[in-house]
Design a protein around this ligand. Sequence first.
Ligand code: NAD
Length: 357
Amino acid sequence: MARIVAVLPGDGIGPEVTAAALRVLERVNQQESLQLDFIEALIGGAAIDACGDPLPPATEELCHQSTAVLLGAVGGPKWSDPANKVRPEQGLLRLRRAMGLFCNLRPVRTHPALQHASPLKSDLLAGVDILVVRELTGGIYFGRKERHADYAIDECRYETQEIQRVVRAAAALAMQRERRLTSVDKSNVLETSRLWREVVNSVCAEEFPELEVEHLLVDAAAMHLLSRPASFDVLVTENMFGDILTDEASMLAGSLGLLPSASLGEQASSPGGGTVGLYEPIHGSAPDIAGQGIANPCGTILSAAMMLRHSLNADAGAKRIESAVYAALDKGARTADISTATPLDTNAMTEAILAEL
Ligand SMILES: NC(=O)c1ccc[n+]([C@@H]2O[C@H](COP(=O)([O-])OP(=O)(O)OC[C@H]3O[C@@H](n4cnc5c(N)ncnc54)[C@H](O)[C@@H]3O)[C@@H](O)[C@H]2O)c1
């Protein structure tokens, strides 16, 4: 039976990088006989322009019927006027909430061929393999917001069960890796962080006694990510800290354009029977390079690989894509964000990856 993959290109470079990932997915769909049907829909600024809503009901309905969702990026200066009540980013936040995607996986790996692309010294980068697990449907991004004449409020709220489920997911993943979990909070200042730390301690002590657990304050974590990146295994944190730390961590890999992500809900809850999931690069719509055809498609292509692994039970296809991306990089294929010499454009980079498939 065919399985539906919703494709939401969004804004800026979103359509450019999703088109690249779709070419790769279509190839692997044939090679592995995955029987995937790809259906496109609107989100973000493109959806506001078309119908005034950043998450139109038809898009939400399609995502609920799909086994997985592939997304580009949303947002841009066209819709950023502070007077605008409706913003593209609301579409993505609403979709994450509607699909129950509380667990955002952001793997950060260094690749030997790309060490020169990072601003860090190469001896610090060897062997970096961090899995950041970011809570995705709670915290300050989802709290009550108020704007008054001379003050504004963004409420940060976390419930015990919201922390428990993401910590459990992170701890279970750490058990399959090096059994080390770093929890990042700001418990010297924030009450939500004090609850966060208590929950991490109780979940790990009761359910994962073999795990080595470390706690870091977010300001120190930002520093340790640069001074000892290879020492981390799985890092779990709340929504906003995870958002910021992973952009920082992308510089270990060499560029924001390289990093994929998977946003997952509860197990076995998609129409296809797998883990419901939304897959997107960690970068935004990059308005500064949008429309030029020079965006790095690797983060989105690697997100497609995560989709095959986590939602479509197609690990062989996922490995095929990952090997093709790294083989192309090993042979010197580079987009402008990771190259000082003559770079490839998005299309040529995609061709180089397709050639490896
Ligand atoms: N998930 C999302 O859709 C998402 C995430 C972050 C930001 N945004 C939105 O994107 C818009 C732009 O935000 P920003 O400029 O702060 O962040 P950004 O991630 O779009 O860009 C930051 C920098 O990284 C570069 N970059 C990003 N992706 C790249 C790629 N694939 N290849 C080469 N270079 C790349 C950009 O050119 C830019 O210089 C904003 O409206 C923001 O709200 C959306």
